[in-house]
Unconditional design. Structure first.
Length: 131
């Protein structure tokens, strides 16, 4: 590889490790109709689920289980006729110890679920706020 200051690098060279796009320029991955949603933390902090078929399960990948480590991301859910919530989550295959969901779940609207999780007391503990 050329030296960093040589001018031989482009944005594409850094795209996997540094987000080169500002808001409104980097689309979130969209999953339609499922109930399980993969959350690869290295891919970003915004994810979309369109018309979930049942309550949602998150499969988070890429977080180190270190005391005090935290995770924050958002899941946009286009609700159908039956409103769905996030009922389960795993982080690198390990079930989250506790999940607390705050806020009303509403059908036929776009909702944002803000997922905040802390590794503490021997495992992952999450608070999810529905807007």
């Amino acid at each position: 590889f050329p030296p960093e200051d040589s001018g031989g690098y482009t944005d594409d060279d850094y795209d996997e490790i540094i987000n080169q796009h500002g808001p409104g320029r980097h689309p979130a991955p969209i999953v339609s109709g499922g109930v399980a949603l993969s959350i690869p933390l290295f891919a970003g902090n915004t994810f979309v689920l369109d018309q979930p078929a049942g309550d949602i399960s998150l499969d988070v990948v890429g977080a180190a289980p270190i005391l005090g480590n935290n995770i924050d991301f958002k899941v946009y859910v286009m609700q159908g006729a039956t409103a769905r919530t996030i009922s389960a989550a795993t982080i690198d295959g390990v079930p989250v110890n506790s999940i607390r969901v705050l806020g009303a779940i509403v059908s036929n609207v776009l909702q944002v679920f803000e997922f905040k999780c802390l590794h503490h007391n021997g495992g992952w503990n999450a608070i999810i706020t529905a807007e």
